[in-house]
Design a protein around this ligand. Structure first.
Ligand SMILES: [Zn+2]
Length: 76
């Protein structure tokens, strides 16, 4: 009976040890976080988009070339 308790204790210790060392899939530090990019708004249609995808002309930001042309022709 004494050995049964000893084996049970070893079993619990081993289980806790293996659980602690198991790779955790939810660990966010394992994979790099996506870079945070500045969001801008198209002055023509008001859509939000990343700054790298925006068309910027003379301080005005557009979501695409078509809206840049449309806004320009509206001014003329
Ligand atoms: Zn737009």
């Amino acid at each position: 009976m004494k050995y049964l308790l000893l084996f049970a204790f070893i079993g619990v210790v081993w289980w806790l040890w293996s659980k602690r060392n198991a790779p955790d899939a939810s660990d966010s530090s394992a994979r790099p976080a996506p870079p945070v990019e500045k969001m801008v708004t198209c002055v023509h249609c008001g859509v939000h988009l990343p700054e790298s995808e925006a068309v910027s002309v003379a301080g005005r930001i557009y979501c695409c070339e078509a809206h840049r042309i449309a806004a320009k022709s509206a001014e003329d």
